[in-house]
Design a protein around this ligand. Structure first.
Ligand code: ADP
Ligand code: MG
Length: 731
């Protein structure tokens, strides 16, 4: 009897959990209570300090040491009033997790007493040892120090009695070792470039912020079953498991009534998140069984990224209270949908205008069109870089797997906007001047469009980058990813595009003496023509699109190692360095880290696969085979030759089938181990990743195929790993 699996099932069935009662507190009563945001700052800080911090948030101005001391002491007072004893700098190293190192406020005094202390320098900078975080060769072995530095644009918050201060993380030599540093620089570049372009339309615009609203998909699984699946516990996904008789074909889970136990969990982690000021708003069942989604109201991009990282952390923590494990892997279960994280993105001005939402006046509409077409153009110019931003071992299982957008980057804009762009392309003739009436008509027509799109629920869900009425939705981001990767790319390419736009329009105004509108229309018209290739309105899941995209010359990088090449192309290096987002060295380092991450993930999966095949699957299959063999022997004892032949033929077939599958598994595991050994001799990071991708990983499928066949043959009571039907349908 297979004890682990049955014990897990038993404990699950006997699991007692609190039924979900009515909510006791109003959300508005506790929203943001654990954040040192505007309200707390006003209460605890002097007016001067408050204004200085606001200045740093909005304009990036420096905060002097004296003010930092004041801010620190008010933060400490606030935190201690909320029961904090410790503080930490909270940062996002390149291993994908969040990092913290707690220090107590307390300091002993010479006379044996102690006081609580937290100075401006504690707030501004910490010096964690950087040696165990990935640095891609940036950190010299003799200089392991790293620095964290306060990011005043993301407010401090409290988790479990610790004051957490969002920070960037850089090396001793000043190079970024985290996700936040380049993101902040990209957002700054976008701000500057977008403000310059907004000046054509509205002189009151002095600040443009990128906005991000993510949607987080995840699976829930009972803790006992999770522990009985070493593959899930070690790799985040199941490496084995035959599809259950019922999967998601009935589509009865999507938007269905949320199971009570899952609902209790959601309420719990959501309330923790709401206390942290994460404006979480939406929850629903997703397509696959035991798959769910949550989404907040959008926020400024840097804050939204921090909030997503915090949310993922909170989801893991709270899951344990409910005897669940949350799976953020992009593809935890074969044969059913994986999980993604849509990144809804736009830009908004200090005047309260969403730049991807047309207004009511012709002037606003031309501004909308400028930002809209520039986005499409930017995606066209840097499609490969965007693809690299979503590349990971986990996401390789999703992209192009008919459940998530394909690995080919394209943009969907809807039929109405398509016709606006077509019209613009046809009407604006380079070199000739439009009449004022023509210009007004064009601008007015634009205004009617997006509302139609916004109201139109039948949107294209197969596009990786879709315009949805007042924002673009980047849908190909992986569920476990740090959104910074995608956001850094998107905001940098947009900044670059807007800079080019400004130069071109100014050129036409100054050299060709065109009026402003005329110049803008002419540049936009050219952008429409030049970026046409990237626009695709059809079914992104279809094979025809793969062919069509190839004809158009669009790249289709199916696997991570090759997709990452765009990170270090000449074009990318030029883009990042000229926009002051990353240095050449930082770019190279990141590329190397991503490759290493990929290799390690595949390596771990391969080892777990080998172990499970050799220690679980083959032994179980042989045990069952022995049982069948004794049955055959018994039949032989009691029957004559003719009777035996009749009675034992199926058993003999089963014995043979088991032997065949076992042999195939054994052979493939041995070959996989050899492939790993020879791959491990490679020192070049890219070649190593490619070897793992093309020489090691292909064995997974074969090993799994035969193992899953055995799962169907072997007595259910003997099978040691929880089955898909158990993991997906018991809740
Ligand atoms: P769905 O994509 O599931 O149909 P919606 O389109 O209603 O859902 O919205 C998805 C997300 O888009 C939400 O998280 C929302 O906050 C975000 N969003 C809406 N407007 C903007 C914007 N201007 N900038 C960034 N995100 C936005
Ligand atoms: Mg969406």
């Amino acid at each position: 009897m297979s004890t682990i699996r049955f014990k897990a099932l038993e404990s699950l069935i006997n699991r007692a959990y609190e039924p979900v009662g009515p909510a006791i507190e109003k959300i508005s009563d506790y929203y943001g209570k654990h954040v040192f945001g505007d309200i707390a700052m006003r209460e605890y800080m002097s007016k001067e300090a408050f204004e200085k911090v606001q200045g740093a948030i909005v304009h990036g101005t420096q905060i002097e040491r004296e003010i930092a001391d004041q801010v620190a002491s008010s933060m400490k007072a606030w935190a201690m009033n909320h029961g904090c004893t410790h503080y930490t700098h909270w940062f996002q190293p390149l291993n994908g997790a969040t990092a913290e190192k707690h220090d107590a406020f307390f300091e002993p005094l010479p006379d044996g007493r102690a006081i609580e202390n937290f100075s401006g320098s504690n707030l501004i900078q910490q010096e964690p040892d950087a040696s165990s975080f990935p640095s891609g060769g940036i950190r010299n072995t003799f200089e392991a120090r790293g620095y964290t530095a306060w990011d005043p644009t993301s407010p401090a918050f409290i988790i479990s009695g610790t004051l957490c201060i969002p920070t960037i993380f850089v090396s001793y030599t000043g190079e970024a070792l985290d996700f936040k540093t380049p993101l902040l620089k990209a957002l700054h570049a976008l701000d500057k470039a977008a403000v310059d372009v907004c000046q054509y339309f509205d002189k009151n615009v002095t600040k443009v912020s990128a906005t991000l609203g993510w949607e987080q998909e995840y699976f829930l699984i009972d803790e006992a079953l999770y522990h009985a699946r070493p593959d899930l516990a070690l790799t985040g996904r199941t490496l084995f498991g035959h599809s259950p008789a019922k999967g998601q074909q009935l589509e009865d889970h999507y938007f269905g009534s949320i199971p009570e136990r899952a609902n209790g969990y959601m309420r719990d982690f959501e309330s923790e998140c709401l206390r942290l000021g994460i404006p979480i708003k939406t929850r629903h069942n997703e397509v696959a069984p035991n798959q769910f989604e949550c989404a907040p109201i959008f926020e400024e991009a840097n804050l939204a990224v921090d909030h997503n990282q915090l949310l993922m952390d909170m989801m893991h923590k709270v899951a344990r209270r409910h005897k669940f494990r949350v799976l953020l892997h992009e593809k935890p279960f074969a044969g059913i949908n994986g999980s993604g994280k849509h990144n809804n993105w736009s830009m908004s001005t200090n005047t309260g205008k969403n730049l991807l939402s047309p207004g009511k006046t012709p002037k606003n509409n031309l501004q909308f069109l400028t930002f809209f077409i520039s986005t499409v153009k930017a995606v066209h110019e840097h499609a490969d870089l965007l693809r690299s931003a979503i590349a990971s071992a986990g996401n390789d299982h999703r992209l192009g797997a008919n459940e998530a957008p394909p690995a080919i980057i394209s943009a969907f804009i809807g039929s109405q906007l398509t016709s606006v762009l077509d019209e613009l392309e046809a009407k604006v003739k380079s070199g000739t001047k439009m009449t004022p009436d023509e210009k007004t008509e064009l601008k007015l027509n634009i205004g009617k469009i997006p509302q139609i799109l916004l109201d139109n629920t039948d949107r294209n869900r197969t596009s990786p980058f879709a315009f949805t009425g007042n924002k673009f939705e980047f849908r190909a981001v992986g569920s476990s990813a740090n959104c910074s990767l995608a956001m850094t790319v998107l905001n940098t390419i947009m900044a670059q595009q807007l800079k080019e736009f400004k130069v071109e329009v100014d050129g036409l105004i100054n050299k060709k003496k065109l009026d402003k509108d005329e110049a803008i229309f002419q540049v936009l018209r050219r952008y429409i023509t030049e970026s046409k290739n990237i626009r695709f309105e059809g079914n992104g899941y279809g094979d025809e699109w793969v062919k069509e995209a190839a004809k158009r010359g669009l790249n289709n990088f199916a696997k991570t190692p090759e997709a990452l090449d765009a990170m270090i192309s000449k074009k990318t290096i030029e883009l990042y360095t000229s926009n002051d987002v990353m240095s050449h060295r930082e770019i190279e380092a990141r590329h190397e880290i991503q490759l290493e991450m990929y290799t390690k993930k595949i390596q771990i999966e391969s080892r777990v696969m080998g172990e499970l095949a050799s220690n679980h699957i083959i032994p179980t299959a042989l045990k069952y085979q022995n049982q069948v063999i004794s049955n055959v022997k018994g039949l032989k004892d009691i029957l004559d030759a003719a009777g035996f032949k009749k009675a034992a033929s199926s058993q003999l077939e089963i014995i043979n089938e088991i032997s065949e599958h076992v042999t195939s598994i054994k052979k493939a595991v041995d070959a996989m181990i050899e492939a790993r050994k020879s791959a491990n001799k490679i020192t070049d990071a890219r070649k190593l990743a490619v070897a793992y991708c093309t020489k090691v990983q292909p064995y997974f499928e074969e090993i799994r195929y035969h193992s899953d066949k055995l799962e169907l043959i072997v007595d259910d009571e003997m099978w040691s790993l929880p089955k898909y039907r158990e993991m997906l349908f018991i809740n």
